[in-house]
Write a protein that binds this ligand. Structure first.
Ligand code: ZN
Length: 598
């Protein structure tokens, strides 16, 4: 039997004064940081419950409610006593200007999820804010529409933006450096929030300390599910090279610092806030929405492999229609404006190789021309000199063509017709030498590891090196291996793959999700082109696409090239303003794709 869509939540007028120890604890934690203490606060809140009085049908209902709206944030510049009394007035204060000093200072506190919880629907809050945001409860006219409507292009309440910033800062403090990962800590961080929100979730600890989490918003199952996927682990950070502690979530000059700020805890929090908002607003869904947080993406995909296995959640996840994960690239240009929104529809496949040689060891005072290390050096030099063929895939062709519109000079000509450009030796050479362009046009080889020797005066008897090879979608790894053997041309140098090779794959762009992303970006960022991208790295998309699931790397977060480069680098950071602005964009995409339609 088809379950009925969830009832929208509305607000009753009951007002409860509570003394919250859990929130007081959180506040004490934050005060300890700045050397202050406080007593548990009194707090007034408005109760929200699903109401039977609201019919769950495809009929528009207009009703008048008198409600008090819980204050959702407070200004840290106020003394604690003043904060408490102001909070108890239950006034909605409207949105905070993006990037303002008050936004930054208020986000210095530890997160208080209860405090951030808005107690009325989005429509009610917008009405309240536009009514002047008075200090007393105000009567509101709520238009509760259950009919299928496109996602409204209105800003969400500031509470969700503040929630996203605060949750990200707290999440960045959870150290999930992989190895060893310890993603169980992050899964518990998520679960505690999801439990409070009444969103069912489960943790699968598949190895000690290693865990995945799956949360579910149930829909009517008229359409196949959407998976919002994020990995919880991060790569190691060398704190001595950072200007901020890597697990601090510190904010400086509008930037939020922390390992994972780009890759990909910020995206995880956007996904989390989206399902929280959908749940609070009683968004009726035609498809299940899964929030999937995985372990071990940065090393071996152990978490995603587990989640998609029969022992994990294959039964549910394997039937999904869409999968949104990390990737995508939305670059801010030198003029401070977004240049384009790039959606990853394809990615290259890592094909890691190990080269080994052996030979006669000996004293360093009498050189051996064909020593193991000399052979390896010769082989590596041949690999370094080798030029792989440039090829134009449709996804890449579109990306270059879309960029041409905003460029000038000969490069615009090349980008407009890439195939023609590659026939021109000068253009082909320039594109080959352009690090970013080149990675999209050919199989690449980076020499990343060399091991040999242990003492300056000993010629080693063996030597090895590792190559990070990235193949374009559609390439045959065995053919590439044969090509490389020919290049090295030395039978005493053995070449063998490291680990499992997964065929790189791609998703079509002629889909409802792609069109919704285009439409949503156009609405929020008029005039900024939406284009396709191929990721030169690898994501969990490669594992889900074989199930017949369309997978995109998509994020609304903007970054300069310098900020993008901090992923896996030093001082990883994300702009607070883009975090705030992305909350509405991401919610609009998800709600537009999943909302109930008649
Ligand atoms: Zn990542």
């Amino acid at each position: 039997m088809r379950p009925s869509p969830a009832c929208p939540r509305t607000c009753t007028t009951s007002t409860v004064t509570v003394r919250s120890w859990s929130t007081a604890r959180a506040r004490r934690r934050s005060h300890r940081v700045v050397g202050r203490t406080s007593t548990p606060p009194r707090r007034t809140r408005t109760e929200c419950r699903p109401t039977r009085a609201t019919p769950c049908s495809g009929v528009s209902v207009t009703r008048t409610l008198s409600t008090s709206v819980g204050r959702t944030r407070w200004d840290r510049s106020s003394p604690p006593a003043s904060r408490t009394s102001r909070r108890s007035t239950s006034a909605w204060t409207g949105s905070t200007p993006t990037g303002s000093s008050s936004a930054s200072t208020s986000s210095n506190q530890a997160i208080d999820v209860e405090l951030l919880r808005p107690r009325v629907s989005n429509a009610a809050m917008v009405s309240s804010a536009s009514a002047g945001g008075g200090m007393r409860p105000v009567p509101l006219v709520l238009a509760l529409s259950l009919v299928a409507l496109p996602a409204p292009a209105v800003d969400p309440p500031a509470s969700y933006e503040q929630m996203a910033v605060d949750l990200l800062r707290e999440y960045l403090q959870v150290d999930t450096t992989n190895p060893p990962g310890n993603e169980l800590k992050a899964a518990r961080f998520y679960k505690e929030i999801l439990d409070r929100e009444g969103i069912p979730s489960e943790i699968d600890e598949f190895a000690p300390g290693r865990a995945n989490l799956l949360a579910t918003l149930k829909g009517s199952a008229t359409r196949r599910a959407l998976i919002l996927a994020n990995h919880m682990d991060v790569v190691p950070a060398d704190a001595s090279r950072w200007t901020m502690p890597p697990f601090s979530g510190a904010v400086k000059e509008g930037l939020i610092y922390g390992r994972g700020a780009q890759d990909m805890k910020s995206e995880g929090i956007l996904q989390l806030v989206t399902i929280i908002r959908a749940r609070r607003e009683g968004l009726a869904l035609d498809r299940d929405v899964y929030f999937l947080a995985t372990a071990d993406e940065e090393v071996d995909f152990a978490g995603a492999l587990r989640a998609l296995s029969p022992a994990g959640w294959r039964e549910r996840l394997g039937r999904a229609e869409y999968f949104i994960t990390e990737g995508g690239e939305n670059v801010i240009g030198d003029d401070g404006k977004p240049q384009y929104f790039g959606i990853d529809t394809a990615e290259k496949g890592p094909f890691w190789l190990r080269l080994t040689t052996s030979g006669t060891p000996g004293h360093g005072s009498r050189p051996l021309a064909d020593s193991a290390l000399n052979r390896l050096v010769r082989a590596l030099e041949r690999v370094r000199q080798h030029k792989t063929e440039m090829k134009v895939l449709p996804v890449v062709e579109r990306f270059f063509r879309d960029q041409a519109a905003t460029m000038e000079g000969p490069r615009a000509e090349w980008y407009r017709d890439l195939r023609k450009a590659l026939l021109d030796p000068e253009a082909a050479q320039a594109l080959y030498e352009d690090r970013e362009a080149s990675a999209l046009l050919r199989n690449t080889i980076s020499i990343t590891v060399v091991r040999a020797g242990y003492k300056t005066n000993v010629i080693p008897g063996s030597a090895e090196a590792e190559l990070d090879v990235r193949l374009l979608p559609g390439e045959d790894p065995q053919a590439f291996l044969a090509e490389l053997r020919g290049v090295i041309d030395d039978p005493q140098v053995q070449i063998a793959p490291i680990g499992t090779f997964r065929n790189p794959n791609e998703s079509p762009t002629d889909t409802e999700l792609f069109r919704i992303i285009e439409r949503t970006i156009r609405r929020h960022y008029p005039g900024v082109p939406v284009t396709t991208k191929m990721l030169s790295g690898a994501t969990e998309s490669v594992l889900i696409r074989p199930f017949g699931t369309v997978s995109y790397g998509f994020t609304p977060l903007l970054a300069t090239s310098e900020e993008v480069a901090t992923a896996h680098g030093d001082d990883e950071r994300v702009r607070e303003d883009t975090m705030r602005r992305s909350v509405a964009v991401f919610y609009d995409v998800v709600s537009d794709l999943c909302r109930h339609r008649n």
